[in-house]
Design a protein. Structure first.
Length: 189
């Protein structure tokens, strides 16, 4: 008997500035600060059937500020804290360690996984059955929004005085909670 694979929409989420406070190259556990409203937003998306998938550039690896092991340790702690609060984990965390001007040779390169490249979203599409039509990418940088749009999903920009504005998002919001509400309300459009 064949099993029917049911696809689910995904909320692709940038990490720094969306889930956690962005203080610049965040990797130490003591600097992990989940932003207000994030657990509630994740629960709302989860309860409406969305996969929760982090897509993050971590150029600090290529720049030699921290190691892939540091990133993995940080992500494990983020997963633990969110699961403790929510009762479920994020579905996936994907990150790019590369940067063209990196100082660590093996990570100093142009790649397709660094946003606005779409390789990380494509990898998630190999790992999960994704309903692309109803999926979103939420980020606070132009590269996040552009990545989502290039992957064929709605781009949602969290406004930030730290980064440049964006001409192309489907909507600009204050935070992940507002992004989650907009996503649920506009799911069929």
């Amino acid at each position: 008997m064949d099993k029917k694979i049911i696809s689910r929409p995904a909320a692709f989420l940038d990490r720094d500035g969306v889930l956690v406070r962005d203080t610049g190259y965040v990797y130490r556990i003591e600097d992990l600060e989940i932003l207000p409203g994030v657990p509630e937003a994740l629960k709302l998306l989860h309860d409406h059937g969305f996969l929760l998938i982090v897509i993050s550039n971590q150029a600090g690896v290529a720049r030699g500020y921290y190691t892939p092991e540091d990133v993995d340790h940080f992500h494990a702690e983020l997963q633990k804290r969110l699961q403790d609060q929510l009762g479920f984990p994020l579905d996936g965390i994907y990150y790019c360690p590369h940067h063209p001007q990196g100082s660590v040779f093996e990570y100093s390169m142009v790649c397709s996984c660094r946003k606005p490249g779409t390789a990380l979203i494509e990898k998630a599409g190999q790992d999960f059955a994704i309903d692309w039509e109803h999926s979103v990418m939420v980020g606070d940088r132009a590269s996040d929004v552009e990545c989502g749009l290039k992957a064929g999903v709605k781009g949602i920009q969290i406004e930030s005085d730290q980064y440049e504005g964006h001409a192309t998002p489907h909507v600009k919001v204050r935070d992940l909670w507002e992004a989650a509400q907009w996503t649920i309300q506009n799911r069929s459009t």
